[in-house]
Write a protein that binds this ligand. Structure first.
Ligand code: TXA
Ligand code: MG
Length: 332
């Protein structure tokens, strides 16, 4: 066992939290059976208790210890997509505390494929609850330095390189035969459908689910993933002076805070950072959060992203979900 993993195990076993790399984003992990560590997650993140945590397991066998039901659908989905960026929301059993689920009768379970996360969960021997390792409402971290920037020396972070996926897991609720996407991610509705169709298992989509942005999970607020400078979405390029005056005016009309997430406002809009993302959705997802952080640290007053309307659906659904929540203004 590497000495870093050993140290992380010690911290977790003593009721502490550690920064854990995963293939989606870095998490802030605590043992599911240690209320002290779970409480630290909420206090370090400034996270409200109504926002439930995802439990990370090493495999499907470990997941079975914490859920009340393991259906055919769950069996096939976990076999197809685990380890990987799919979180299944399933009926929980009594081993999972209300602190983790915000009092819900279900628990979000995910089996990460990052080798460091796998090793950590295996060595601790119990599942780890972990939200993304960022302050509540802010941009998720995709490398260890992002976690240190967020929490400083308060949190020991395991090194795991840059997160390969770059945005959080797809969250799918499985309730009997009804499926519901609670958060879009790189594992898409059509991949889930084709997996279940292939094995001939019956299922339905919750009526609103395929237009996944109309359904949301608890803790999924209007604003989320926000960088430390306002992100403004525009549908086409405009002359900089015109844009600056428009943004200035519209930012001044925003409230200071929405649902507990503060909207950062510059004194004036003088410098604009024009954000550019890959034309390839998988690559855009991978680079999204690190580019947002770099843009926020560039010294510019606002970040502007030209985002055409057609990039909101299909293979862009997950990236668009993050952008629309990270943006202070949408001038599309
Ligand atoms: O990729 C990921 O999922 C990352 C990495 C670290 O695993 N984790 C992550 O956790 O994104 P977090 O806490 O930032 O987002 C978890 C979201 C909650 O905000 C909530 O919307 C949803 O998962 N969630 C968790 N448990 C749930 C439940 N029982 N029912 C419905 N939604 C749930
Ligand atoms: Mg998060």
């Amino acid at each position: 066992m590497s000495s870093a993993i050993e140290k992380a195990v010690e911290i977790l076993n003593a009721g502490g939290v550690v920064g854990m790399p995963t293939e989606t984003v870095y998490g802030l992990a605590a043992r599911v059976d240690m209320p002290e560590g779970l409480n630290k997650i909420f206090s370090i993140k400034n996270r409200p208790f109504f926002d439930p945590l995802i439990v990370h397991v090493s495999d499907a066998e470990q997941a079975k210890f914490i859920v009340a039901e393991w259906s055919q659908i769950t069996e096939h989905l976990s076999a197809a997509f685990w380890p990987g960026p799919l979180t299944l929301v399933l009926p929980k059993n009594s081993l999972v505390s209300d602190l983790i689920t915000s009092g819900l009768s279900t628990v979000g379970v995910r089996c990460p494929r990052h080798q460091v996360a796998q090793e950590l969960i295996n060595k601790v021997g119990v599942p780890l609850a972990a939200p993304s390792a960022n302050k509540f409402g802010r941009t998720s971290p995709t490398c260890s330095q992002h976690v240190r920037d967020e929490f400083g020396d308060e949190v020991f972070v395991l090194e795991g390189g840059s997160s390969e996926v770059g945005i959080e897991s797809t969250i799918l609720s499985v309730e009997n035969h009804t499926l519901k996407i609670l958060r879009p991610g790189v594992i898409s509705v059509s991949e889930i459908e084709s997996c279940l169709n292939k094995v001939g298992v019956n299922f339905d989509w919750h009526e609103k689910s395929q237009n996944s942005l109309s359904v949301s999970a608890p803790g999924m607020l209007k604003h989320h993933y926000m960088p430390n400078r306002p992100l403004v979405l525009v549908s086409e390029a405009h002359p900089e002076r015109y844009l600056a005056s428009q943004i200035d005016l519209q930012l001044s009309q925003l409230p200071h805070e929405v649902e507990g997430v503060s909207l950062i406002r510059p004194k004036a809009v003088r410098r604009i950072f024009e954000l550019k993302l890959s034309e390839e959705p998988i690559l855009a997802a991978r680079e999204l959060y690190s580019k947002l952080r770099l843009a926020a640290e560039s010294g510019a007053d606002v970040i502007v992203l030209v985002w055409p309307k057609h990039k909101r659906i299909g293979e862009w659904t997950a990236v668009w979900d993050r952008l629309s929540k990270a943006a202070s203004l949408d001038l599309l």
